[in-house]
Design a protein around this ligand. Structure first.
Ligand code: XMP
Length: 527
C-alpha cells in the first residue's frame, strides 16, 4: 500500500482501537499496548461512528472501564457496528458489562463494591491466558466495580471467577470476544500486561511493529514532506519534550530549524549552560540563547501573588520569543512538543468544565497569537515513548531521564517576591538535594524532587553563635502523570544527611523541613 507522506504514523502500523467509557485508567491500557509494540488510539465511546472506525481499520477493539452503571437507562453503550465487523473485542470492567448486556446477557447492580486487590480461581483456559494461567491456579488481579454480570450472553463461557466476581474472565472463542471484570492494565494485576499482549498478538494477530526506530525514520520523512523548504522555530526549555522534538526535527531538516532558548534566570543550577552546550555544540543546532534574566526578575519585582507571577512570566516569554524570532526574520512553522495525552479527547464523567487550579505555562504551548503552522512530531506518543525516542536519537540521559520542571521555573518555588539573591540561594539548596538523591541511586524512582525557599526566618545556633536565617522545604513525590502524587518515603538517615549538608554548606539557610503532603489535597508545586 502506498501512503501519502503526510499520512499519520498510525496508518503504517497495525492498530488497536480503545473505546473510552471514562475510566481513570484508560490511558494505562494504551501504554501497556504501546509497550508491547502495538499502536493504538483512545477514542470516546460516543465519537466512534462506523465510517470512522472502518477507515481506522483496527485489528481489534478494547472497551475500557467507566464510572457509569449499565443498569441505568442513559448509560453509555459500545457502538453496535463493532459487533458486526468480525473484529476481536476485549471488554474491561464496564466494557465487559456493556458488551454482555448488548449481546443478550444480564447485568445487575446493587452488589457490594469490590475494590482493590482480589484473587480469582482459574477454571478454564482461553487464548488470552495462554502460557500465563492454567486451570486450577489462583491469580492476583485488581478489581474496581459495583455491578456484575448475572447471566452470560449466548456463546460465552467462564474462564476464571471469584466469590465476588463469578464472571471474572469470560470468553466467546468463536467470535474472539473476551471480557474481564478486573483491570489488566494496572500494575496490581501482575500478569495484566501479558494478558493484554496475548489479546493483541495471539487473538488480533498483531506482530508488534510499533518501535521507536521505525517511528523515527517515518517521522523524519513526514516532517520533510510537511515543511518543504520552510523555516521552523522551536522554543527550547531543556525539558524532555522540546529537546526530543528539536533533535528529531533537526535530523529531518537541518539548518531550516532554529531553536530559541529564552533564559528567564529561573532555571536550576547549570541547566542553562547544559542546554546551550548540548544543542549548539553537540547537535550543531542553530540556537538563539537570549539571557533575559534581568527583564524577568525586574518585572517580577514586587509581585507576590502566585497567579500574577505565572501570568507575568508567560507574557514576557511570548514577548521575548517573538522579538527573537523577528530578529531571525520570522518562520513558517512553530514546533511544539505536544504529546498524545494532550490531544486525547476526554470523556467527562460529570459533563461539566473543570476548575483551573493553576494557569500552566509551557514553553511549547505558549505563542498562541503567532500565525504559524504547527509541527508537532510527538503528538502520537506517550511520555515514556518520547524518552525511548530521545535515547534512540542519542540525547544525553541527563536530559532524557530528567524530572519534569515547570515553565515558570524557580519562581513558583519561592513563595513571596522573587529576587536574584533568593533564586541563587534556592539553586544551592536544590543542587545539594539532587546531588544526594542521585548519589543514593533514587533519582529514577522519584517523579519529581525539588527544594522550596520558605519566606520565613527562624532562629538557630551554629558554633557558639545565634543565627536568624531562612528555612527551606524539600519535596519529593512519586506519580505516573502528575495528576495525583504520593510523598516519597525517604529514610530518616537520608533526610538528616541532606539537611546537615544544606545547613552547613548554604549560608543563609538554617532550617530544613520535608513536605509530606500528597496530591490531592496538596499540589506538587507550592504555587
Ligand atoms: P501541580 O503543582 O499542579 O503540578 O500539582 C503538576 C505537574 O505540572 C508541573 N507544572 C507545570 N508544568 N508549566 C509546566 O510546564 C507550568 O506552568 C507548570 N506548573 C506546574 C509540575 O511541576 C508537576 O509536574
Amino acid at each position: 500500500m502506498t501512503l501519502p507522506p503526510d499520512a499519520p504514523a498510525a496508518a503504517r502500523h497495525e492498530r488497536i482501537l480503545i473505546l473510552d467509557f471514562g475510566s481513570q485508567v484508560t490511558q494505562l491500557i494504551a501504554r501497556r499496548l504501546r509497550e508491547s509494540g502495538v499502536y493504538c488510539e483512545i477514542w470516546p465511546f460516543n465519537a466512534a461512528p462506523e465510517d470512522r472506525i472502518r477507515a481506522f481499520a483496527p485489528k481489534g477493539v478494547i472497551l475500557s472501564g467507566g464510572p457509569a452503571s449499565v443498569t441505568e437507562g442513559e448509560s453509555p453503550r459500545a457502538p453496535d457496528c463493532i459487533f458486526d465487523m468480525g473484529l476481536p473485542i476485549l471488554g474491561i470492567c464496564y466494557g465487559q458489562q456493556t458488551m454482555a448486556h448488548q449481546l443478550g446477557g444480564k447485568v445487575e447492580g446493587g452488589h457490594a463494591r469490590e475494590f482493590g486487590r482480589a484473587f480469582i480461581d482459574v477454571t478454564g483456559d482461553c487464548a488470552i491466558t495462554k502460557g500465563l494461567w492454567a486451570p486450577g491456579s489462583r491469580e492476583q488481579v485488581w478489581m474496581s466495580h459495583g455491578d456484575r454480570i448475572t447471566e452470560l450472553p449466548p456463546g460465552f463461557r467462564v474462564v476464571a471467577s471469584s466469590e465476588g466476581a463469578p464472571f471474572a474472565l469470560i470468553a466467546n472463542d468463536a467470535r474472539h470476544y473476551y471480557g474481564t471484570m478486573f483491570h489488566p492494565e494496572v500494575v496490581h494485576t501482575p500478569h495484566g500486561a501479558a494478558l493484554l499482549k496475548n489479546f493483541t498478538h495471539l487473538v488480533c494477530g498483531c506482530t508488534g511493529d510499533w518501535t521507536m526506530g521505525a517511528f523515527r525514520a517515518e517521522m523524519i520523512e513526514k516532517i520533510r514532506a510537511q515543511v518543504g523548504k520552510g523555516r521552523v522555530v522551536c522554543g527550547l526549555s531543556g525539558g524532555v519534550d522540546s529537546s526530543v522534538a528539536a533533535v528529531l526535527i533537526h535530523e529531518a531538516i537541518g539548518d531550516q530549524l532554529t531553536c530559541i532558548f529564552v533564559d528567564h534566570g529561573l532555571m536550576r543550577a547549570g541547566e542553562a549552560e547544559q542546554v546551550v552546550s548540548t544543542f549548539r555544540d553537540r547537535f550543531n543546532i542553530r540556537l538563539v540563547h537570549r539571557d533575559a534574566s534581568d527583564l524577568f526578575l525586574g518585572q517580577l519585582s514586587g509581585v507576590t501573588d502566585p497567579e500574577a507571577k505565572r501570568k507575568t512570566i508567560g507574557r514576557l516569554f511570548i514577548e521575548v520569543f517573538e522579538e527573537e524570532q523577528n530578529k531571525i526574520g520570522g518562520a513558517d512553522f512553530l514546533a511544539q512538543g505536544t504529546l498524545y495525552p494532550d490531544v486525547i479527547e476526554s470523556v467527562s464523567a460529570t459533563g461539566g468544565p473543570s476548575v483551573t487550579i493553576k494557569s500552566h505555562h509551557n514553553v511549547g504551548g505558549l505563542p498562541e497569537g503567532m500565525r504559524m503552522k504547527l509541527v508537532e512530531p510527538l503528538r502520537e506518543l506517550f511520555k515514556d515513548e518520547v524518552r525511548a525516542l530521545g535515547r534512540e536519537l542519542g540525547i544525553p540521559e541527563a536530559i532524557v531521564g530528567r524530572h519534569p520542571f515547570p515553565g515558570p521555573g524557580l519562581a513558583i518555588r519561592i513563595p513571596g517576591e522573587v529576587t536574584r539573591e533568593k533564586a541563587d540561594l534556592l539553586r544551592q539548596v536544590d543542587s545539594i538535594y539532587l546531588e544526594e538523591i542521585r548519589a543514593a541511586g533514587l533519582y529514577d524512582a522519584i517523579w519529581q524532587a525539588f527544594a522550596v525557599l520558605l519566606p520565613v526566618r527562624t532562629v538557630g545556633v551554629m558554633g557558639d553563635g545565634r543565627t536568624y536565617d531562612q528555612a527551606c522545604a524539600l519535596r519529593a513525590v512519586t506519580s505516573t502523570d502528575g495528576m495525583t502524587a504520593d510523598v516519597y518515603p525517604f529514610d530518616m538517615g537520608f533526610l538528616t544527611r541532606v539537611s546537615n549538608r544544606i545547613v552547613n554548606e548554604v549560608r543563609g539557610i538554617n532550617r530544613v523541613t520535608y513536605d509530606i503532603t500528597s496530591k490531592p489535597p496538596g499540589t506538587i508545586e507550592w504555587e
